[in-house]
Design a protein. Structure first.
Lengths: 975, 315
């Protein structure tokens, strides 16, 4: 519990820091309404704030600090007033002086004295000078004063939060591994966000400069290149610190702990960004009042975060400057060269400067190279490679219509590098030769850049325009490329190799998947014709078709005559024929592949493809007086679902299971979502109802799996059931088989059946009188069927008398639910269902139920919004024409939201195709519930068969390619 | 859904029957609501019941429990080490979910702006290609990514016979860092899609006038687009947070056996795996895991729904 308390304290504290930071910033932003502002000054102020924040950690005497800050502010106010009265300071100058003095004092204290007791001086000085200038130097521009006020505010907030740190509890807390992990994580976030923001902003600023001041741009670009080049070539010292450790995170943690410099630099960078953003808040052109507080808020959050992180890591004074010095030197060196190249306008002079600078840089790099990288030069490649390189590059430059000189030089440089480092063996070469190799490469590269023409204003503007898109896109595209696209290609590559990715095996892995009897198990396929589901589906389908055709006669819109429907049916028939053909040949002993069946299917397919058969049948059925489109739609979808389930229940295996998942879950979620959305539309408390259906979406698949595990629990039949499902099942069994409750059940069901029949008769009378009672008749009859079925299960308990009704293994009339067996002593024993274990093949269905439960809310929300977006005029117009609710739904609402249904269906297909968590957590693929994603995980990560695992993953990818194609087509149409 | 031609305020039998029938949808709705909530509710109730009560009777009998309801399960599941240390799991979940939420937003916002408002060659094909990656199953990238995390990426250059290291071995396998880096990449297509949908709908006039005033793309992005996009950024943040908090597959793959880095999902699955002794704590543990997403969900539902809709409903 202790750790929980400390955790809570921690969270509260950070929240407090964030809140205070945000509030102060917001208030200060409001105070300082600025007319105009430059971004450089606040950037400097931000740097100061960052420094203050970074060093502040070393403060020990908190109360003393707080008092000092307060006293400092008071003194600052008084002195500032006096100064403001006496002297007229020039605004910018005073600021610069203030900051410089503050920094100098802070730096001196770091260097000269034991830092741990003195850093609050830095903060105090920053706070005091800023406050002084804000309040005292009234002639300063408002924008500067605002930013100074921010600096002062930050210092004050830091002081306030630090005061809280004095609690002993915090001290203990900081030592725990949980806290260390939080600190490291926050650090990683701050560093990652800060570094990428810094890079992004720097790139943008550099490009901004390109238009106005070319030399600054080239200098900046050179500095970045130099930093990276030297940093990497110097044996990656940063990685040396990080690398050998357990992970980057802990390495980072250590680096931070060991180096105040790392911290200081990070703080400065972050502070700079903050200041920059703060300054950017004051634009002359746009409505400041809307934006500035938000920016202030964001800054406050970042500051709070930084601070929260900072005080978690106490820093002993130690030096790790070595890590970065070569990189910094490189940045300066290459930056100077870049500046010169950008500055010198005389062509020849520039080429010379470029060549000379390149030579210096090259020699410096040569000096840096470690022994193991020093080459032993060989004459032939040394001469051949540059020549070839120069020729190739010249040719390319010629083709692209660029200047030949720089191209040839660059080519020579690359050739030279290949000749010196690529071809010969590395390590142990003489240092002089190394210097020669790098020096000449630098000379050539520098000269190539030096030969580039000095761009005029037009060229620079064009460059700025062109450079912008890559800068904005680079981070995202790099992330996608490295994390998604390249791994995708690599997965395909690995799938062509054996389990250890050593030997090329071609399509062997794919063949293994598709010939594995575990993937496709169609042994039981003839059982289809004994399946009650199949016959029920057939019955429903026929009824739906008849209703549809009757409706079609009425409206002249027989759906069976539609080309799309016909061709879909035809293709389905053809595929069935093909399957019959293929499977029949492979399995001897089972009378599949019957040539007559195949011929019949093919003929049927051809007929359906060419003949508008629906119209013909439609002409044969009587014309309907009422609208059956709703009933036909419902029954048709139901028939489809049942049919698919019956098919999937006889054809099993990993791949088919996956298809089963996709089919059932997609259809069920879409249908349920639509039903709930329609039901909830314009009902009182709609939002409440919807949010409860929506709620499972927030629960993880793992959590849902556990929830449903409790639902599905089966206990020994002699004991009380604790799972809801089995309790219901057993309870139903008892009611329908035991004594008087069974009699009551029979009576209730009989009365219900009579009522429904009465309702149907009533509807029929209404219908004959020309009123719209037809729907009631159809509805009543549909409801009647299950009621009669239940009645039958109640009433007839001797199965032997009704062997005619035998389908499969269960017998109608044996009661309902866990009917149980009668023991010798006459005691009725219940039976339970092991839902996900052995209720084959429908255990898959009980797993799918979990996903349906989760996803229905998703479909519902989207459909609900789409239904509300249907233009009211359409519905008004339809009502004027006498359409009823059902007609409005099927004829207006549904077609209008069709695109939305497409989106939901494709989203669901993609989601369900890769279903993993539920299967893994609930059955781990046992009991014939395996799916591709789980199979892939087991092959790849438990058996370490990367070849087969990759192939399975790629199959999963191929399965969604049609969806991708559909999405792409839609997008092309929209854009 | 029955015939609407019959007038409703008709006092006749027909009218009464009609009213009865037309109320069915409302009843059905509330029945569905109850059915949909019952599983969660049952878990909630069970998490307060004692071990013996949970094992002997169903949750619906809780008023009869002799021991009554108590918070003991919560205390036990948090404090005992045998439960696998849920507090560390929670910290790890945050350590994954927070970076995996913040970082993609920053990166995707730039890209979404570029796709929406910067003119460049090949913009549309590139955008479509990026967004079409939305459908790619994550499984397809897992093996190469794990290999990179555990050994870096190296390429042997043919003919020269020298191996260069493209990505050094950073020892990321088994850490939460690997998980959020992976999440960041996987989230990118959806993030760009969602943010682009919103950002491209922002009024272009403002940008036009800003441009006339001399603002460059960078300025427009910082000063105009980001502040105006706060709703969609919030929506995506909620999504991504729920996603990463609830994730199991990526954490399982990238962290593997390193128990110190397991997030809550892995902890709970481990708890569910030890049948018997700890099973009565499972419901409390699962509820702790679900607590934060449910809070996020109920408090920020508006943003969440808005985000969902932004991706799918047009007009």
């Amino acid at each position: 519990m202790e750790i929980l308390e400390t955790l809570v304290t921690w969270v509260l504290l950070i929240a407090l820091a964030l809140a205070i930071g945000a509030a102060v910033w917001r208030a200060l932003t409001r105070i300082g309404e600025a007319a105009s502002g430059s971004s450089t000054v606040p950037a400097i102020a931000g740097v100061a704030a960052g420094l203050a924040a970074g060093w502040f950690i070393l403060i020990d005497q908190r109360l003393a600090f707080l008092v000092t800050v307060l006293v400092g502010i008071v003194i600052g106010v008084v002195v500032g007033r006096l100064v403001g009265l006496l002297v007229r300071v020039q605004a910018q100058l005073s600021l610069v002086i203030a900051v410089v003095v503050a920094l100098a004092v802070a730096l001196l204290t770091v260097v000269a004295l034991d830092a741990s007791t003195l850093f609050h001086f830095a903060v105090v000085i920053v706070a005091a000078i800023s406050t002084l200038l804000v309040l005292g130097a009234s002639q300063l521009p408002t924008s500067i004063r605002t930013n100074l006020a921010r600096v002062a505010g930050v210092a004050a907030v830091i002081g306030a939060v630090d005061w809280f740190q004095a609690f002993d509890r915090m001290e203990r807390m900081l030592a725990s591994p949980e806290m260390a992990r939080i600190a490291v994580t926050l650090w990683a976030v701050v560093l990652a966000v800060g570094a990428s923001a810094a890079l992004f902003i720097a790139a943008n600023l550099a490009v901004n400069r390109a238009r106005t001041s070319w030399a600054q741009f080239t200098a900046g670009a050179g500095a970045v290149i130099g930093f990276a080049l030297f940093g990497v070539l110097d044996g990656n010292r940063l990685l040396q610190i990080v690398g050998p450790r357990e992970s980057v995170a802990t390495g980072l943690h250590d680096a931070v702990n060991n180096g105040p410099w790392t911290l200081a630099i990070t703080s400065v960078v972050i502070g700079g960004i903050i200041g920059y953003l703060g300054g950017r808040g004051y634009g002359a052109t746009i409505d400041d009042r809307v934006r500035s507080p938000r920016i202030g808020l964001g800054i406050g959050l970042i500051l709070g975060l930084v601070w929260g992180v900072l005080f978690a890591t106490r820093i002993p004074v130690d030096t790790t400057v070595r890590v970065l010095w070569t990189a910094v030197v490189g940045a300066v060196l290459v930056g100077i060269v870049g500046y010169l190249i950008g500055r010198v306008e005389q062509d020849r002079m520039r080429a010379a400067v470029g060549a000379g600078g390149g030579l210096v840089v090259g020699l410096a790099i040569g000096g840096l190279l470690k022994n193991i990288y020093q080459p032993r030069l060989e004459t032939v490649p040394l001469i051949a490679a540059p020549v070839v390189g120069a020729l190739v590059f010249t040719a390319v430059a010629r083709l692209l219509g660029r200047r030949l000189g720089p191209g040839a030089l660059l080519g020579a440089m690359f050739g030279w590098l290949i000749g010196t480092f690529g071809y010969p063996s590395l390590g142990g070469g003489p240092e002089l030769e190394t210097m020669l190799a790098t020096g000449l490469a630098g000379l050539l590269g520098g000269a190539a850049f030096g030969l580039l023409p000095h761009p005029n204003a037009v060229a620079r503007t064009a460059f700025e325009q062109k450079a912008r898109a890559p800068i904005f896109l680079a981070p995202a595209l790099a992330s996608i490329g490295l994390g998604l696209v390249i791994p995708l290609i690599r997965t395909f590559y690995l799938s062509l190799f054996d389990s250890r990715s050593v030997e090329y095996v071609g399509s062997e892995n794919y063949r293994a998947i598709f010939t594995d009897p575990q993937s496709f198990d169609y042994e039981d396929r003839l059982w289809l014709f004994e399946s009650r589901l199949f016959w029920l589906a057939l019955l429903l389908g026929v009824v739906a078709l008849v209703l549809g055709f009757m409706n079609g006669r009425r409206t002249g819109n027989s759906f069976g005559s539609g080309r799309v429907v016909r061709r879909t049916v035809a293709v389905t028939l053809a595929i069935t024929a093909l399957l019959e053909f293929a499977l029949g040949r492979q399995t001897d002993g089972i009378s599949g592949g019957n040539p007559l069946v195949i011929a019949a299917l093919v003929i049927a397919a051809v007929v359906v493809w060419f003949v508008p058969i629906g119209t013909h049948i439609g002409n044969a059925v009587p014309q309907a007086r009422i609208d059956f489109s709703g009933a036909a739609g419902f029954l048709g979808s139901g028939a489809m679902l049942l049919f698919a389930m019956s098919v999937f229940s006889v054809i099993r295996g990993t791949v088919f299971n996956n298809l089963w998942w996709v089919f059932v879950v997609t259809i069920a979620v879409t249908a349920f979502g639509l039903v709930v959305a329609v039901l909830a539309d314009r009902v009182k408390n709609e939002a409440v109802a919807k949010s409860f259906v929506f709620m499972p979406l927030a629960i993880s698949f793992v959590g849902a799996g556990i929830i449903w595990r409790f639902m599905y629990i089966a206990r020994d039949p002699s004991k009380e059931q604790t799972g809801v499902m089995n309790a219901l099942w057993v309870g139903l069994g008892r009611i329908s088989t035991e004594g008087y409750s069974r009699t009551i059940g029979i009576v209730v069901m009989a009365v219900l059946a009579a009522l429904i029949v009465a309702l149907a008769i009533f509807g029929w009378n209404e219908f004959r009188r020309g009123r719209s009672g037809g729907g009631i008749v159809v509805g009543a009859l549909i409801v009647l069927a299950p009621v009669l079925w239940v009645l039958g299960r109640f009433a007839i308990t001797d199965p032997t008398q009704l062997s005619l009704w035998r389908f499969g293994t269960i017998t109608i009339g044996g009661g309902m639910g866990g009917t149980g067996t009668v023991t010798d002593t006459g005691v009725i024993q219940d039976t339970t269902i092991f839902f996900v274990q052995d209720s084959l093949p429908f255990n898959n269905l009980f797993l799918m139920l979990v996903l349906i439960w989760i996803q229905t809310g998703f479909a519902m929300v989207i459909f609900s919004a789409a239904i509300k977006a249907v233009p009211a005029e359409y519905i008004e117009a339809a009502k004027m024409d006498g359409a009823n609710d059902s007609q409005i739904f099927w004829r207006i609402t549904l077609p209008t939201i069709a695109p939305t249904i497409g989106v939901v269906v494709t989203t669901l297909i993609v989601l369900v195709m890769k279903v993993f968590d539920i299967v893994r957590v609930m059955t781990n693929g046992n009991f014939e519930t395996q799916v591709i994603a789980n199979e892939m995980w087991q092959r790849a990560f438990t058996e370490l068969n990367f070849g087969l695992g990759s192939a399975l993953a790629f199959v999963l990818f191929l399965a969604v390619v049609p969806v991708m194609a559909y999405n792409i087509r839609n997008m092309q149409r929209e854009l | 859904m029955a015939g609407a031609v019959i007038s409703q305020d008709d006092g006749s039998l027909t009218g009464r029957i009609y009213r009865f029938l037309s109320a069915i949808p409302t009843w059905a709705l509330w029945i569905i609501v109850v059915l949909w909530t019952a599983p969660t509710f049952s878990l909630f109730v069970n998490s307060f019941r004692t071990r013996t009560a949970q094992q002997a009777t169903g949750w619906w009998t809780f008023p009869n429990d002799e021991a009554g309801l108590s918070l003991n399960n919560y205390r036990d599941v948090i404090s005992t080490q045998s439960s696998g240390g849920l507090q560390l799991g929670a910290v790890n979940s945050f350590a994954i979910a927070i970076p995996a939420t913040i970082i993609p937003i920053a990166i995707a916002a730039f890209a979404a702006y570029a796709f929406a408002w910067i003119d460049f060659k090949g913009r549309q094909p590139l955008f479509i290609a990026t967004v079409s990656l939305l459908a790619v199953p994550n499984q397809v990238a897992l093996i190469p990514l794990l290999q990179t995390y555990s050994g870096g990426a190296h390429q042997t250059i043919p003919w020269f016979d020298k191996t260069i290291t493209l990505i050094p071995d950073l020892g990321l396998a088994g850490t939460t860092t690997a998980v959020w880096i992976t999440h960041t990449s996987f989230a990118m297509p959806f993030a760009i899609f969602l943010l682009h949908n919103y950002i491209s709908q922002l009024p272009g006039d403002i940008f036009e006038s800003a441009r006339i005033d001399g603002a460059d793309h960078f300025t427009i992005f910082w000063r105009l687009v980001l502040p105006l996009s706060v709703p969609v950024l919030a929506a995506f943040a909620i999504f991504q947070f729920l996603w990463t908090w609830n994730d199991y597959l990526i954490a399982l793959t990238m962290i593997g056996a390193n128990g110190n880095a397991h997030p809550l999902t892995l902890r709970i699955v481990a708890l569910a795996g030890q049948f018997g002794a700890q099973e009565h704590l499972l419901s409390a543990g699962a509820f702790i895991m679900a607590f934060i997403p449910l809070m996020v969900f109920f408090l920020l539902q508006r943003f969440f729904v808005r985000g969902l809709l932004a991706g799918s409903v047009k007009g």
